[in-house]
Ligand binder design. Structure first.
Ligand code: SF4
Length: 475
């Protein structure tokens, strides 16, 4: 994919990770017997212009998925500094429960005692009255050292034991690390369901055909989707990532898995193995909603007439909301949530110009409809976008507003460009259906008004660190 005129992409940045030696860690892990695991990660999460995360530790994604589940204990195995950062971030995001930790030193690492310590911790934690599952996450050093979590017992007194390797040198983003755990749990739950009766979800499943939404969504989004599906006689089931072990069975018990976040490769593999249809893209704005309802209806064998009724009911209010919330802003959009293409598509339908969309996630077939739509409008879509590429795009595009990652927002503010953190913008607002149309263009309009204030701030803080004095101006 070549950039459009005016956007010059910088060269691939050097591969550096937390330890500054991803290849060394990879070699060590392979020598320690982790080749099959690393090959699987490389196939599921192909790397791009940069080989290492440029955001938070990827393992946070797996940790977060575990911590958000009822009756699931999560234990980290890794360096103390990594665990400190991960637990700090977890509690910053309101984990409100303990994170287990099995510490090690060089002796317990090389003698194999660390594995024994993990096994002991798992045995002590696996209390069936309290937990359905115990998750153990190998961070970089134990993974590189070959700590064999696959040798842990599969269950203890009915408590499932889930051991996963989530090294920063193998999983490119924290978003994909969510899929590492979600996919592993789905595989376990699918095997259980195939072997016999399993528990029902706490909330009764709706009758008829159900759609499972894949992706961490704003709480108002699933009911919006459910209302759009109702005219076709379809309902939604529990989401993935799940909030409780028994919800995994309910999520698998669907007709269609909707990959509204398109990077859950391992999870999608489990739905496909269970014989479920998979549908990509998502109901954002008018055209994507129409296409998505078409695709879902066809996958569920709904008649064309009924699909048209559902589309008519969904699209009229979206059109009205679009007319009531226009925007003419020039934007760039980048992030690591996996919904960047959807957000850009929605804002463009609302009237924005978006010459560049960067996402830290890889290209998958489930985002193809959105990539094709955006590129047909002249937008450059950069998968596995690096910070350097995002910043270069911002300098070329000269947007009214940059919606991006924290370092991009910082770079934008330094040059006086209004900017907003993508994650905060989308995680605190709906994106689907009428609610999304009403929410996102409004925040763009509000943020764009800040340009003059940003210019004054640049003037005030001009040349920090230089001998040039700041202007005495109140901002
Ligand atoms: S686990 Fe790996 S990627 Fe995560 S903070 Fe530690 S060294 Fe960095």
């Amino acid at each position: 994919m070549s950039p459009p005129d005016g956007i010059a992409m910088p060269a691939k940045p050097a591969a550096t990770g937390c330890h500054g030696g991803a290849e060394t860690m990879q070699d060590a892990a392979r020598a320690a017997g982790k080749s099959a695991m690393l090959d699987r990660l490389a196939a599921d999460y192909p790397k791009g212009p940069h080989d290492q995360p440029q955001s938070m530790c990827p393992a946070f994604g797996s940790l977060r998925v575990g911590l958000r589940m009822r009756r699931v204990a999560t234990i980290l195995s890794g360096s103390a500094c990594c665990v400190y950062g991960l637990t700090f971030t977890s509690h910053f995001y309101g984990a409100r429960r303990s994170v287990g930790y099995v510490p090690f030193d060089s002796e317990t690492l090389v003698t194999g005692q660390l594995f024994e310590d993990i096994r002991k911790a798992v045995r002590e934690t696996a209390r069936p009255a309290e937990y359905d599952a115990v998750v153990v996450i190998n961070l970089c050093v134990p993974t590189a050292s070959g700590v064999p979590l696959d040798l842990l017992p599969k269950e203890i007194d009915g408590v499932r034991i889930i051991g996963i390797d989530v090294p920063g040198f193998g999983v490119p983003t924290h978003a994909e690390a969510k899929d590492v755990l979600a996919g592993t749990m789905l595989r376990y739950a699918r095997t259980e369901a195939e072997a016999g009766a399993v528990a029902s979800p706490r909330t009764k499943l709706a009758d008829g055909q159900r759609v499972t939404l894949i992706g961490e969504l704003f709480p108002a989004d699933p009911p919006v989707v459910a209302a759009m599906l109702a005219p076709m006689g379809l309902a939604i089931g529990p989401q993935i990532p799940a909030r409780e072990w028994r919800d995994l069975y309910g999520a698998l018990d669907c007709s269609i898995a909707a990959a509204v976040h398109p990077f859950y490769t391992a999870s999608i593999r489990e739905f496909a193995a269970a014989g479920r249809a998979i549908v990509g893209s998502a109901p954002v704005g008018e055209s994507a909603t129409a296409d998505w309802l078409d695709a879902i209806g066809k996958a569920a064998n709904i008649s064309a007439k009924t699909i048209d009724i559902a589309k008519a009911q969904a699209l009229a209010p979206i059109r009205a909301a679009m007319a009531a919330n226009p925007t003419t802003a020039r934007l760039i959009v980048s992030g690591y949530e996996g919904s960047e293409l959807l957000v850009a598509r929605l804002l463009m339908e609302a009237g924005a110009t978006v010459p560049y969309v960067g996402t830290a996630l890889p290209r998958t077939e489930w985002s193809e409809p959105d990539r094709a739509w955006l590129e047909a409008q002249g937008t450059h879509v950069q998968y596995r976008a690096s910070l350097e590429q995002d910043i270069a795009a911002m300098r070329d595009v000269k947007p009214d507003l940059a919606i991006g990652t924290t370092p991009l927002v910082q770079a934008a503010k330094e040059q006086g460009t209004p900017a907003v953190y993508f994650t905060n913008m989308v995680s605190a607002r709906p994106v689907f259906g009428t609610a999304g149309v009403a929410a996102l263009p409004g925040i763009v309009a509000t943020q764009c008004k800040g340009r003059e204030r940003f210019s004054r701030m640049v003037g005030f803080f001009e040349a920090p660190g230089s001998t040039k004095p700041a202007k005495a101006e109140v901002v």
